[in-house]
Design a protein around this ligand. Structure first.
Ligand code: AMP
Ligand code: ZN
Length: 434
């Protein structure tokens, strides 16, 4: 069972031997998926042709675009009858990427999350309030199943409704929470406003922070205000979701569960591996997935592997905080989005001029998005009422595209700064890459 710590402390040699065995099995399974069938046979790859972990590099990378191109079933390696659940990534860039799971996949995933929670001190006796979004997004349900697997009592509160969250924490003596860091800061603000001292009036011990980048300073602030130990939790829907990499009680780097994923770190330009300690793009291969195995998935997340082993004794390598992305994906209030989604929406309005600017701030412990939009001269000289209507319609359309409500400000034509080269579309004042 996961709490015997056995697989977490396997020596590196045995761990790699296990990875090779599971990689071969994964390739055999992937051969059932239409996309991989073509790719693998084209590259002459069979389970037998993989003789060492090095041979993994013969397999082409998989990207989000490839997943999208083969939407919805091109990566499915089992019969549709065997799928028990689907998830999708939290962004809404056109076609979503969908991931299908069998019962076996859900069980393995739950076990990984349970391992993360157990590692950081959660036990059966704990009360776990899950303030992460439920639904297609993997953060909420992923942790929910993990906590149940561990035997803790789950309060599936989901995000928002802060006063109710506080009531639940008080009434049911919540000891562990899972929360988006920006929402944690908002929760703290509300607690202060309500005159509640979390350290005296709540029973919180642990907070899991995930889904978006945050700094060491944010972690310390949350720890100090709530009187908890806060742990960084990293995952992506293509690799199940939470439970890919997680901090141990050393709070110094996240262990990547290498008995479930092969981690490579590559230079995003040359695609060659970088040395431990050097920053690069994280690439993952699933080792336990049956419904939809994914080989060499380019996450676009940038981080480095710690060169030295962790003092906790676990042998699975650690990665740093996520330092940024190789693409321009933004994460606002925990929701992924791309500037191009905003551009597409704005440009569909004939009244909109040629330039716009997205400004991200962190105010009142919350992310704020302001979008300054140039309007056409005709519009600008028109009446106020139509400007107000336009602003309202643009806001509504943007909300349905990016799932959050930006503050739209209509400005005069040619009033926004123009850049000589690539347009500067985003000003991020949040300083959140830690
Ligand atoms: P999704 O597939 O919608 O769950 O989004 C996954 C993405 O969220 C990752 O590729 C990261 O960019 C981001 N993410 C998730 N967890 C963290 C974390 N702990 N720190 C920084 N970024 C994160
Ligand atoms: Zn450790």
């Amino acid at each position: 069972m996961f709490w015997d710590n056995y697989s977490e402390t396997l020596d590196r040699f045995s761990l790699q031997k296990l990875q090779l065995e599971l990689l071969r099995k994964t390739i055999r399974q992937a051969q059932h998926a239409p996309y991989y069938q073509t790719i693998l046979s084209g590259a002459g790859i069979t389970p037998e042709s993989i003789r060492s972990l090095e041979d993994l590099r013969k397999i082409p990378f998989t990207t989000k675009d490839i997943l999208r191109d083969h939407y919805p079933y091109g990566f499915l390696a089992v019969s549709r009858d065997d799928i028990v659940r689907m998830h999708s990534s939290s962004g809404t860039t056109g076609r979503p990427t969908v991931i299908f799971h069998t019962q076996h996949d859900i069980d393995e995933w739950s076990l990984l999350v349970a391992r993360c929670m157990y590692m950081t001190g959660v036990r059966k006796s704990d009360v776990f309030q899950n303030m992460m979004g439920y639904g297609l997004f993997t953060g909420g349900i992923g942790f929910h199943y993990g906590a149940e697997r561990l035997g803790a009592m789950v309060i599936p509160s989901g995000p928002g409704n802060t006063k109710r969250q506080i009531m639940l924490m008080r009434e049911f003596e919540t000891t562990v929470i899972h929360i988006i860091p920006s929402y944690a800061l908002h929760l703290i603000k509300t607690l202060i406003e309500e005159g509640i001292d979390p350290k005296k009036e709540l029973k919180l011990r642990i907070a899991y922070l995930g889904a978006e980048p945050h700094s060491e300073e944010t972690r310390r602030r949350i720890e100090d205000a709530l009187g908890v130990r806060a742990y960084n939790s990293y995952g992506l829907s293509e690799m199940n979701g939470p439970g890919v990499a997680f901090e141990c009680t050393e709070q110094n780097g996240m262990h990547v569960w290498e008995d479930a994923y092969i981690l490579e770190v590559i230079d995003p330009k040359t695609l060659e591996p970088v040395k431990d300690g050097e920053e690069g793009e994280l690439v993952f291969t699933t080792l336990k997935r049956e419904g939809m195995p994914i080989l060499r998935y380019r996450s676009k997340d940038l981080a480095a592997v710690y060169p030295e082993p962790c003092p906790c004794g676990r042998t699975h390598r650690r990665i740093t905080r996520i330092k940024g992305r190789t693409d321009d994906m933004l994460i606002v209030k925990g929701v992924n989005m791309y500037p191009v989604q905003i551009e597409k929406t704005l440009m569909s309005f004939p009244e909109v001029g040629s330039n716009f600017l997205i400004i991200l701030d962190h105010k009142d412990y919350n992310d704020h998005m302001t979008i300054k939009v140039e309007v056409s001269s005709a519009m600008f000289t028109g009446d106020l009422k139509s400007l107000q209507n336009l602003r309202r319609t643009i806001t509504e359309r943007l909300r349905s595209e990016i799932l959050i409500t930006p503050d739209v400000q209509l400005v005069e034509p040619d009033s926004l700064p123009k850049s000589e080269g690539k347009a500067v579309r985003v000003i991020d004042n949040r300083h959140q890459w830690g």
